[in-house]
Design a protein around this ligand. Structure first.
Ligand code: F0G
Length: 457
């Protein structure tokens, strides 16, 4: 008999989590303005709000914490990070930042000016926020297949080359760079194929543009390439990662994902000139160029995390757990983005609650229901996240209205996944009875989903 699959780690330290009753949760979520970000974490049983900064570090990473060099300038921790980035990702220059959006802030301060257009594959919300804050426009060139959750496609993160070339042709003078998000979070943690990256590179060269990879989940992307792309089965994750980044001129990194640290990020680039220009903004916004908002111990853990995160065994355990939850939900007939992504399962709220008007925030309604049912915290990736149009101030209704269940790295067991699956099944069985959604009470002018408060309609 073939042995079943099991995790490639054992557990050395544990953290208790608390269960609660439905009446308690009803009160807590009402007090939070029906915004899951507003909950105290101790009031959550299984926290799938994000996979960002929520992972468990390895013993090797914790050992590195003790070796951190806290010198203001020229710390050995900086050089450890530099070596890992050069060896694993192939970039000669880099700047540490405190997280991914800080990397965007610094790099975009150099590259973007008012009126620019930045094409890419479903830009993440902070990426889009930093583009729109500079009065520039993010144009989504993701393939159409990504917007049909019932369709199985191995690389739903891919860029539609025709859409990209059209915009390069018609608006080329306004485009400072192309952004490729690996994996593509907003479309469901979906990977981009190497073939697509290479084609984007060709187009970028044809039109004289640079490419920036938004790399938060680059290793998960590489895992999918190994499994799904012809000719890559026998390559190591690290070989694939090198081949991916060979298509980019620069990268921004939220190290809170695939470098498995609780805080940290960086920008890496080939151009010494770009590094020099970005250094000015790094010093202004983040810190001196050899620490950029990070402590030495955190840089050490990050460097080690890049090695941990690019090991096949780790990635297999990680992605098979996400797949496990996805499969359990599909077995119950619950509509999810197919195939399941790298870091999360995305439940299609439009198909889950089709009778609820989109103006009442279907995905948010589902996320609140799930919290009430079992103390599980997911997050809305839908109309609240999509914000209002910067010019018309009208709500932007995205094609996909999703509830994301993001799975922290090396944190929960499959028993936790079973609780999530059954909780959602219970809601699915009584979905017809969910007749009321939410209306907005207060909201911020940009990135409103973090702080919006709601009430029942
Ligand atoms: N790019 C992508 C693709 C992301 O998913 C994130 C963060 C960022 C950039 C920004 O990085 O948080 O370190 O500033 N995503 C988190 C999430 C917040 O929950 O998906 P950050």
């Amino acid at each position: 008999m073939e042995l079943p699959f099991a995790e490639s780690f054992k557990i050395k330290m544990v953290e208790p989590i608390r269960k609660s009753s439905r009446p308690e949760r009803e009160q807590w979520i009402r007090e939070a303005g029906y915004n899951l970000f507003g909950l105290k974490s101790e009031r959550v049983f299984i926290d799938l709000l994000t996979d960002s900064g929520t992972g468990a570090m390895s013993d090797r990473q914790w050992s590195e914490m003790m070796l951190g060099d806290e010198s203001y300038a020229g710390a050995s921790s900086y050089f450890k990070m530099k070596e890992a980035i050069l060896e694993l990702l192939g970039f000669e220059h880099f700047l540490p930042t405190h997280q991914g959006r800080a990397a965007e802030n610094v790099l975009f301060s150099v590259l973007i000016k008012e009126g620019d257009i930045i094409p890419g594959n479903s830009h993440f919300d902070t990426t889009k926020g930093h583009i729109e804050f500079r009065k520039a426009i993010a144009v989504d060139c993701t393939i159409d297949e990504a917007f049909d959750t019932t369709l199985s496609h191995p690389f739903k993160g891919n860029i539609d080359l025709e859409k990209l070339e059209n915009i390069l042709k018609s608006k080329g003078d306004k485009i400072p760079f192309i952004i490729v998000t690996v994996t593509c979070n907003s479309s469901g943690g979906q990977p981009v194929s190497i073939e697509n990256m290479k084609m984007v590179r060709q187009l970028a060269d044809k039109y004289g543009k640079i490419i920036v990879f938004d790399s938060a989940r680059f290793a998960e992307n590489a895992y999918f390439i190994k499994l799904r792309e012809k000719g890559y089965q026998d390559k190591t994750i690290r070989e694939i990662v090198r081949e991916m980044f060979a298509c980019a001129d620069a990268m921004t990194m939220s190290a809170k994902k695939d470098a498995i640290v609780n805080m940290g990020g960086f920008i890496a680039m080939r151009s010494k000139e770009l590094h020099a220009k970005a250094s000015v903004f790094n010093i202004m916004f983040e810190g001196y160029i050899t620490y950029g908002g990070m402590s030495g111990r955190d840089m050490n853990a990050l460097a080690q995390g890049l090695y941990d995160g690019t090991e096949f065994n780790y990635l297999e355990t990680r992605i098979r757990q996400v797949e496990y939850l996805g499969k359990r939900l599909m077995d119950y007939g619950i509509p999810v983005q197919q195939p399941t992504g790298g870091h999360a399962v995305f439940v299609d709220a439009k198909r889950f609650l089709p009778h609820l008007p989109k103006e009442e925030f279907q995905a948010q309604t589902l996320a609140v229901e799930l919290y009430l049912e079992a103390g599980v915290r997911g997050v809305e990736i839908g109309t609240l996240l999509a914000d209002r149009d910067p010019v018309s101030r009208e709500n932007r209704y995205p094609v996909l209205e999703l509830m994301r269940l993001a799975i922290p790295r090396r944190v929960y067991t499959n028993n936790h996944m079973d609780v999530v699956a059954v909780a959602l099944k219970n809601i699915y069985d009584r979905r017809e009875t969910i007749r009321k959604g939410f209306k907005i009470v207060t909201e911020a002018p940009i990135m409103r989903h973090f702080t919006v408060t709601l009430d029942r309609t």
